[in-house]
Design a protein around this ligand. Structure first.
Ligand code: ASP
Length: 291
């Protein structure tokens, strides 16, 4: 038997002081709901999907309800899930509005395709029984106000502070990772970030599970998540591997962000090169959260 653990993030970035408590509490709730799955003997995959579903339903985060909008004010969702036991993975990119994109990715986990994009991805989700929502169903007043600031007034986008993710280790010692986002506020139509790309924003194998958040283009170009997994596999201390790769993204690829990492037998690890990153964790000994 292994020591089950679950870790979630609510995005790296600069969360305003007025939202910090809600961010922290939202992460704690998600960690506890995902943790309850592990406490019942559930799989790491089910635990990360449960935790991410809770975060997608919370309008404070940039995933599902309340997500960031593209330049034309439309919702375009990115999501991925990976199972460290089987190495199966599924991602959806530039997806139309669906209530819980992470559940679509989970449903696709055993299929041959690893990444589906755009209208065809949305049609596949519908064919599987998921309901496509109206164009405005996930758009909140707060997201619209931020969109106006970024797109109309030309303010610099606070790119993050809301992408969500989870990593978990179940009682059998298997790992999983999931990440879900609306991407960057005011992004180019059709733009896809790191979150749905296996090895960039999301990765899990038998050694570790990683969910990233930050300036997606830099995380894609640096192949972020798989670099951490390989460093750990080849013997680097996990906390050093995470710090090292985050600094490499910052210095060499000029992007900031953060990530959560869980290994097959170690403690949860988080780090970021942004002012903050909201996190929550669960273990059989208790739960907590921070920002
Ligand atoms: N990494 C996400 C993206 O670039 C954004 C974020 O983490 O906030 O789509």
């Amino acid at each position: 038997m292994s020591h089950p653990l679950l870790l979630v993030h609510g995005g790296a970035g600069n969360v305003p002081a007025s939202s910090q408590e809600a961010h922290r509490l939202g992460c704690q709730e998600a960690a506890e709901k995902g943790g309850a799955v592990l406490a019942d003997g559930g799989t790491a995959v089910e635990a990360v999907c449960t935790a991410v579903e809770v975060l997608e339903d919370n309008p404070i985060y940039n995933a599902g309800l309340g997500c960031a909008l593209d330049m034309e004010g439309r919702v375009s969702l990115d999501v991925a899930v990976m199972c460290g036991q089987t190495l199966e993975a599924a991602g959806l990119a530039a997806l139309s509005p669906f209530k819980n994109p992470v559940r679509i990715a989970q449903r696709l986990l055993h299929e041959k395709e690893v990444l589906l994009a755009g209208e065809e991805a949305s049609r596949r989700a519908e064919a599987l029984g998921f309901e496509r929502l109206s164009a405005h169903a996930l758009i909140t007043e707060k997201a619209m106000a931020q969109w106006r600031k970024v797109v109309r007034d030309g303010e610099c986008a606070n790119f993050a502070g809301g992408t969500v993710g989870a990593v978990a280790r179940d009682a059998q010692g298997f790992l999983a990772a999931a990440t879900s986002t609306g991407g960057t506020m005011g992004k180019a139509p059709g733009r896809v970030g790191d979150s749905p790309l296996i090895g960039a924003g999301t990765f899990a194998n038998e050694h570790c599970a990683v969910s990233a958040t930050g300036e997606g283009e830099a995380f894609v170009r640096s192949c972020f998540a798989v670099r951490i997994a390989d460093a750990i596999r080849y013997g680097q201390k996990p906390s050093e591997a995470l710090l090292h790769v985050l600094m490499r993204v910052k210095d060499r690829y000029h992007g900031v962000g953060g990530a959560i990492v869980l290994t097959a037998d170690g403690d949860p690890i988080t780090n970021h090169t942004t002012p903050g990153m909201s996190c929550g964790w669960w273990s059989p000994d208790g739960s907590g959260s921070s920002i």
